[in-house]
Design a protein around this ligand. Sequence first.
Ligand code: 5GP
Ligand code: ZN
Length: 118
Amino acid sequence: MRKEVTDCLFCKIISKQIPADIVFENESVLAFNDISPQAPTHILVIPKKHIERISDLTEKDKGIIDELVFVAKGLAEERKIVESGYRLVINNNKDAGQAVFHIHLHLLGGRSLGWPPG
Ligand code: 5GP
Ligand code: ZN
């Protein structure tokens, strides 16, 4: 059984207590459109396991980030943004701008993205 964290927004999206525009779901991963898209494609890919941030990953979480990346790769193919390009981002803590403390991989594409990030 998945351990849900009751005050976590993304856990509530996983358990469907809060609606989201879900674009992919399997046993361990959920992907949904960002509520405030920063690019034509802006999807959040999250593990169903509640882990607050990358720096909290432990040995037993090995493989989880792989899964997120593979789901994002597939979604990028679906959206036909492979040739044009896309960016995968995970923010960790305050200076990176992390606002939701349940690991999420941003898939951004469909426009030219600036670099370096702000
Ligand atoms: P962070 O800044 O933590 O890396 O990214 C959090 C992301 O979650 C932001 O891009 C924000 O727009 C998105 N977000 C925040 N609340 C909601 C929500 O209720 N639903 C959806 N779909 N996205 C959300
Ligand atoms: Zn959570």
